[in-house]
Design a protein. Structure first.
Length: 138
């Protein structure tokens, strides 16, 4: 086989091969469903968010409290946040939570768990690719 024939076959193979960049990803970070009641903002879909993240709702509540700088409480599968907050602002915070504490930085999959490393640190351990790296406590 000549070099020219080989290059033609190789070009045809690359043309017909599926692109890795077009990989179907079925994981979607849920949007916040919030409602302002007086001086409180109620996040109504806390359980959906915590199920998708595979984290305890209390962990997400603690993160939101720290991020927003206000007290929060978990009430009947909802998160009550002291103060008035826009849904878009809450969405940004939840998006950031998933980026830092849920999605693996190596393989970009959400199949992770947090392990305590002591002294205010956690290890984010990916069950898909096996990577392990430190993240700060929230």
């Amino acid at each position: 086989m000549s070099d020219e024939e080989y290059m033609k076959l190789l070009d045809r193979a690359f043309t017909n091969a599926p692109s890795v960049a077009k990989e179907n990803v079925d994981f979607v970070i849920p949007k916040v469903d919030s409602l302002v009641q007086g001086n409180k903002t109620i996040l109504r879909n806390l359980n959906i968010i915590s199920d998708r993240a595979r984290r305890d709702p209390k962990e997400i509540a603690r993160y939101m409290s720290k991020e927003l700088g206000v007290p929060v409480s978990v009430e009947e599968q909802r998160l009550a946040i002291s103060g008035r907050f826009q849904g878009a602002d809450l969405d940004k915070r939840i998006q950031r939570y998933f980026e830092v504490y849920v999605i693996c930085k190596e393989c970009h999959k959400p199949d992770t768990k947090l392990e305590s490393a002591g002294r205010g640190m956690f290890y984010l351990v990916c069950e898909a690719c096996g990577s392990r790296y430190g993240v700060k406590n929230y």
